[in-house]
Design a protein around this ligand. Structure first.
Ligand SMILES: C[S@@+](CC[C@H](N)C(=O)[O-])C[C@H]1O[C@@H](n2cnc3c(N)ncnc32)[C@H](O)[C@@H]1O
Length: 250
């Protein structure tokens, strides 16, 4: 699935100075989408460790073919709420949509800070639904889908304020904020922007957590209804990606 909300990550990683040769830890790596991108950025002289607590997602990550110009990736099953392994220090620790799923993000980040080399960077991308979706035109279909999505995330135990909480997390964990920005994820009228895929995966999970039933969601027509609305109302501000980087303060 192409998630339109992932587009800002590589821009931010470049801007904050992620470089070839770095040793990077990617937390909450899931199937390794960001991890592989990082492995390409640090190149063959760098190294990547990807950690997640979901064995199935890790197995999928391990099954992905390696690119010739990318760093070796070592995947480990780690529960970030438990004791962390005895890692050698990293040049950068990254994570995308992981802090929002941790019961105590501040405590996890506080422990992770100890695994940064002096001058090492902590880099996260998180999201929050406040202020989205928006358009100059009425968007009831996108408004409804957005509401289902975020109620589902909340029902699954996710924190909906994490994008906006990031500077406070850094402050509490003695990290100096170097960069903090938000990027709006704008949907145009063309198809193939990830939102149709989202509509498909959304239905199963929304129904499973009891946020809405199939009759209400009408899965057979959901993607088409969203596409049709985008023809009338695009551009639509669908999501906001919040990105932060910082270094350890002494
Ligand atoms: C939204 S996914 C992350 C997506 C991934 N970072 C990417 O950009 O493709 C959230 C991941 O966090 C993992 N996760 C949740 N709680 C965790 C924990 N306590 N320890 C380790 N991983 C955890 C889940 O298993 C899931 O794979």
């Amino acid at each position: 699935m192409i998630n339109p909300s992932n587009a800002p990550t590589s821009r931010f990683l470049h801007d904050v100075g992620l470089q070839p040769g770095m040793r990077v830890l990617d937390i909450g790596c899931a199937t390794g989408l960001l991890t592989r991108e990082l492995a390409g950025m640090v190149g063959t002289n760098g190294s990547l460790t990807g950690v997640d607590s979901n064995e199935e997602r890790l197995a999928e990550a391990k099954n992905q073919p390696a690119e010739p110009e990318q760093a070796d990736i070592n995947y480990e099953n780690v529960d970030l709420s438990e004791n962390l392994p005895d890692w050698e220090p990293f040049d950068a620790i990254t994570g995308r949509r992981i802090l929002m799923y941790l019961p105590d993000a501040v405590e996890t980040v506080r422990r992770l800070v100890n695994f940064l080399k002096p001058g090492g960077m902590m880099i996260f991308q998180e999201h929050s639904p406040m202020g989205t979706p928006f358009s100059a035109h009425p968007i009831p279909q996108h408004g409804q889908a957005h509401d289902w999505l975020w109620r589902m995330i909340k029902a699954e135990g996710g924190t909906t304020t994490m994008g906006l909480d990031l500077p406070r997390v850094f402050e509490k964990t003695k990290l100096e904020v170097d960069h903090y920005r938000a990027e709006a994820i704008m949907l145009g009228s063309a198809s193939g922007q990830g939102i149709e895929d989202l509509a498909n995966f959304l239905v199963e999970r929304v129904v499973e957590v009891g946020v809405a039933d199939r009759e209400t969601m009408q899965p057979d027509t959901l993607a088409d209804r969203l596409a049709e609305e985008r023809l009338q109302a695009s551009p639509i501000g669908w999501d906001m990606a919040y990105l932060i980087s910082g270094t350890r303060s002494h």
